[in-house]
Ligand binder design. Structure first.
Ligand code: HPA
Length: 270
């Protein structure tokens, strides 16, 4: 695995200038954040050695390098999901590569379904903890000591200091920002009504099909992690309406400006 990481790192290093300090992973329907980046280089995933290639609608599949708020950043427009058939190790491969390119802070976003009844579609929720539920742990297998320890501590996967900064940014902008627990499921089905009730009972505020594996890999390697969910649908609801991927993308698009503002200001404060 180290050899694969090194080959991908060396390819990307050959194309970019200075080391990126921040890695950004954008969720479903949240890719236009990259417009904020003063782009210096776009690298299609297909060109990077050992990189998986994104298959899902709404994910464009390239690495974007450039400047944001005075910092060098590397953003993934399109991420890899376990439900696409990638192994957990493949899902987190780009995060591994980011670390060896110099990234210290990892910002992630995702679209998620709310089980917390006080949440509305379009709300942003800062993830302050997660439940790694149905997506297998990406650290299963022989531990690579170059990457991190066998048994990583998980008491603070999401850096409190970054959450505090984001709270202040959101308050100054007048956003009603939520906090809560994200639980990971495999998808690609959305949950049944009984499953939404189950994840609520387990202690989750939102449920989604990404993020947790990447966060685990980030924490394993000592990255500072910050993540936000965009509530795109309500799992626990009175109406009988169905949830569609189009609806999820639409809701994400609407909430995106708020998320963009928070990420941008947060990067400025790093
Ligand atoms: N469940 C799981 N994943 C999701 C959802 C959901 O309701 N919405 C967006 N991603």
């Amino acid at each position: 695995m180290m050899k694969k990481i090194e080959e991908a790192v060396s390819y990307i290093k050959g194309l970019i200038g200075a080391e990126p300090q921040v890695g950004i992973v954008l969720g479903s329907g949240l890719g236009s954040f990259t417009k904020e980046i003063n782009i210096e280089k776009e690298i299609p995933y297909a060109d990077i050695p050992h990189f998986p290639v994104s298959t899902v609608k709404g994910h464009s599949g390239k690495l974007i390098y450039g400047e944001l708020s005075g910092k060098k950043v590397l953003a993934m427009a399109g991420r890899f999901h376990y439900y696409e058939g990638y192994t957990p190790q493949e899902v987190v491969f780009p995060v591994r590569v980011m670390k060896f390119l110099g990234v210290k802070t990892l910002l992630l976003s995702n679209a998620a379904g709310a089980t917390n009844r006080t949440f509305k579609v379009g709300d942003l929720m800062i993830i302050n903890d997660h439940i790694s539920f149905l997506t297998p742990n990406p650290l299963i297998g022989k531990n690579q000591e170059e990457l991190g320890t066998r048994f990583p501590d998980m008491t603070e996967p999401y850096k409190k200091d970054l959450i505090k900064k984001a709270d202040a940014i959101a308050a100054a902008a007048g956003y009603d920002i939520k906090h809560g627990v994200y639980i990971s499921v495999t998808g690609p089905t959305f949950e049944t009504k009984a499953e939404y009730r189950m994840v609520l009972a387990l202690g989750a505020d939102v449920v989604g099909m990404s993020t947790v594996q990447e966060v685990i890999a980030g924490v394993h390697m000592g990255l500072d992690v910050f993540a936000v969910s965009v509530v795109t649908d309500l799992g626990i609801r009175e109406e009988e309406n169905v949830i569609t991927h189009e609806e999820v993308l639409e809701a994400a698009k609407e909430a995106e400006p708020k998320l963009t503002h928070i990420f941008k200001e947060l990067v400025a404060q790093l």
